[in-house]
Design a protein around this ligand. Sequence first.
Ligand SMILES: [Zn+2]
Ligand SMILES: [Zn+2]
Length: 248
Amino acid sequence: MQPEWNNSGQKNFLMTRTLCLACQLWAPDVLCDNCLNEFYVTYSRCTICALPLMAQLAGHCDCTDWKHRPNKSHALLNYSYPWNQLISQFKYQRNVNLAPFFSRLLMQNNSIKAQLEQADFVLPVPLSKKRIQQRGYNQSFELAKKMAPQKSYPDIILRTHHVAAQATLNREQRLKNLTHVFQLDPFKTRLIKQKKIVLVDDVLTTGATIQAMCATLQNADVAEISVVVLARTLTIQQETLLSLVAIK
Ligand SMILES: [Zn+2]
Ligand SMILES: [Zn+2]
């Protein structure tokens, strides 16, 4: 497909939309069909921490020591090439145009679609005001509102402190970092009582964020908490094991 130009001169926008972001060949979407076929792999996953079941063999399941658990979790992808690079662009390089692409992929997954359809509220993991000012948007809200525009609210769960970016911390530090970080808007708490909630996040790493949000929501007496994430991180051993299984 040839690049097109429009009157407003959005050259960069159109260029990124027409070159596959993995192989750099012309493509009708963010990724070309070949790259999508190669890299879009689905796995059976743990229903709590969304780790691929095969990856569990490299160690015990990540969620065995989770204190606060969702009723169900779904992850669309593993946080590996090229998805890690695309998500990084989406999150850190202001490429908010990737939201429609990711939302479309998420909604093509039948169990994610069904989970969203039966939800009463689809709530993004909130960012602090300071982080939104830096980034310009909350990437998880961008996904949530595209998937479930009628059910998505960015301000029911609030992030009360600006804490160090989770990516720079180890597992123990992350859990500590998030204690008491999430609170409900007191004027909206009654809305979610006995309701089915879906939490949306871009990446699930240690589960510290999800556990902290579950603790907050469970205190508010919701009926059910499910989690939908774009990508799940794996340890190096887990990635190696999955690649060995894939080679056969
Ligand atoms: Zn490609
Ligand atoms: Zn698990």
